[in-house]
Design a protein around this ligand. Structure first.
Ligand code: 2RA
Length: 296
């Protein structure tokens, strides 16, 4: 039996994390403790921080004395050198027994990297263009509440601005997509182009993706390569945001080769931002830690 401390249990991701831990294949091996803002930390084997980028940098160093591993769901540590940014199906091997802090990626980047990862073995990926169609729940409880107001800007509307606007004109959300995709895939030279747009659906982020490789794509073998990636579904059905709510995979559809350029493909990828994009991925990191470092 190991002890897992979930910090930030009152937020959307914190609540879902508690539910996910109950659904873990190792649930009977986990003693789960929930911590709110005022609670004093206590010794745990794994701490999961469902806190934001203002709280996590205060909490994580403090927890170094209380937990063997810390999984941070916020954006604060994701791009820091030496901190593994992990989707277990892709790069769990970046975690070693000496790792103490692991970051879980942005919910928008999850579908993109799950789709691109299996292609790396067969193609030299050069450029990827993505435009997001992101759910309201990505903005947390506050945005969900605002969305309930009939006069909300987000009602029956598309808002092409997520996060804060930086000096270079990009939003923080777009920059996260660019840098996190390169890091998770281990492809620092991949050119990533990103637009992010909030759409009036409550759950699941969709992405249109255009990918260029050095080689021509073989459309006969491509679907099987994509399906070989654990966590990806590609079955000929067109999946919409609403339909994948509550599901744990990234769903690819509308896969097609470019009309004029055989080095280019286009597709649509959609994934539950709160599950595989957040709580489920965090729990899968905890499951991996348990399998590798605690389960003798
Ligand atoms: C959003 N991806 O949808 C962000 C949440 N981390 O706003």
């Amino acid at each position: 039996m190991i002890t897992i401390g979930v910090f930030g249990v009152r937020g959307i991701v914190g609540q879902l994390m508690l539910k996910q831990l109950e659904k873990s294949p190792y649930a009977k091996d986990y003693k789960v403790l929930g911590f709110g803002r005022q609670d004093k930390p206590q010794k745990v084997d794994i701490a999961i921080l469902c806190t934001d980028e203002t709280v996590s940098p205060q909490l994580a160093p403090e927890l170094k004395n209380y937990a063997k591993f810390v999984i941070d769901m916020s954006s604060y540590y994701r791009q820091k050198e030496g901190v593994p940014l992990v989707i277990p199906e892709i790069n769990a091997d970046t975690i070693t027994k000496d790792t103490w802090l692991i970051a879980s990626p942005n919910c928008t980047v999850t579908g993109l990297v799950l789709a691109l990862n299996p292609l790396k073995k067969y193609y030299t990926l050069e450029e990827v263009f993505s435009s997001s169609y992101q759910a309201i729940s990505g903005g947390g409880k506050k945005l969900l509440e605002e969305f309930e107001n009939p006069n909300s800007l987000y009602r029956a509307n598309c808002v092409p601005l997520i996060g804060s606007v930086k000096e270079n004109g990009f939003t923080s959300e777009e920059l996260k997509g660019i840098y996190e995709a390169k890091k998770i895939l281990g492809l620092p030279n991949l050119r990533v182009f990103s637009h992010t747009v909030r759409v009036p659906v409550k759950v699941s982020h969709g992405l249109t993706i255009t990918l260029r490789a050095k080689e021509e794509f073989n459309m006969q073998t491509l679907p099987d390569i994509l399906r070989s990636q654990k966590g990806v579904v590609l079955d000929g059905k067109v999946y919409t945001n609403k339909e994948v709510e509550g599901k744990g995979e990234a769903f690819i559809s509308r896969l097609r080769q470019d009309i004029e350029d055989k080095h280019v493909i286009h597709f649509w990828c959609v994934c539950d931002n709160l599950l595989k994009g957040a709580a489920l991925n965090g729990r899968q990191i905890a499951d991996y830690l348990f399998e590798e470092f605690f389960n003798d």
